[in-house]
Design a protein around this ligand. Sequence first.
Ligand code: NAD
Ligand code: TDX
Length: 344
Amino acid sequence: MYRKILITGGAGFIGSNFVHYLIQNQPQVQQIMVLDKLTYAGNRANLADLPSNKVHLIVGDVCDKSLVERLVSKVDAVVHYAAETHNDNSLRNPDPFIQTNIVGTYTLIQACCKYKIRYHHISTDEVYGDLPLRKNLPHHGEGPKEKFTTKSCYNPSSPYSASKASSDLLVRAWVRSFGLQATISNCSNNYGPYQHIEKFIPRQITNILCGLRPKLYGNGQNVRDWIHTQDHSRAVWTILNRGQIGATYLIGANGEKSNLEVLQLILKLMHQPQNAFDWVKDRPGHDLRYAIDATKLQQELGWRPQFTNFASGLQQTIDWYSSHQAWWRAEKKAVESAYQKNGQ
Ligand code: NAD
Ligand code: TDX
């Protein structure tokens, strides 16, 4: 059982939700060190109100070798969330994606090998590229090869997903060649509190709260496989403790929905007309459909999602953004004007 854990990117969306999950559910964890550069996506406020005798934020870069070695040498396990994460940003400027996602992972796994520390690597289903829409598949999305499995080939589409794929492959090589004690998880699209307002669901909710019209890319038919971030956190904790070293686990909650469906649900829950949104320019290289087959995680480790009602998870998320306007208001104008410059 791990008692001292280094969580990189723990001031971002999913990392901070994992810190909250540990504090609320795993009392045996005594020390949580968060290493976070506090980029535009990191926020101290995400860790406010957590016990200061347990949670320590170290502001720094995962590419800083001496800092990383000093921190890794003090813990029992590392969970690596830190990354540049937004596909649209990666299309405008890939530089920080290459640096943080690839060099940052390299720096961490070198340190974990040096001090023989257990490492869990957080990754994304986007490394597998995309799938055809269900309606165009012989078994409508439920047949063999109609969802991603750990056997799917890597086929990333964007600078972001290519940088994450690179980082996964580094971890696999370090397991095999240097005996790194690592597991990898590739999760589908997360939603929930503390997600940056550049991302799809929070962007649309906060647009409506500001009196702006939501924006849908392309024809709205692209499918994402939504999972509540709390289900992701429980899966990561399960894999960290009981996963097989060297193994990859796919995390997903059977939450496939088209972007249009998600937007129309947000509009309904926020009492807006179903057509009160704008169609905007599509994302270049826009992945069509993601879908996870999480059978391995379910059968080997017994994990099951708990947030199986998307509408109620989404309602809670809407309530969170409505009642935490101080958390996002100051950034809204700049985020929207960057999108507007891009025709989105
Ligand atoms: P996020 O953008 O909200 O947070 C990323 C955090 O990393 C921020 O706090 C940022 O300050 C920090 N960071 C960035 N560069 C850093 C650096 N060089 N050194 C230290 N800290 C740095 O991202 P997120 O959505 O919470 O994603 C977290 C992880 O989960 C990423 O690895 C991402 O690829 C993966 N993931 C995300 C999703 C999703 O739906 N959001 C799905 C699957 C996997
Ligand atoms: O305003 C928008 N309108 C829109 O239609 C935005 C911001 C997005 N979209 C579409 C693009 C995608 O099909 O919504 C979908 C979701 O977009 P994002 O929130 O940007 O997520 P995605 O590109 O799917 O990637 C997310 O999930 C996998 C995370 O950002 C990644 O970090 C994670 O790896």
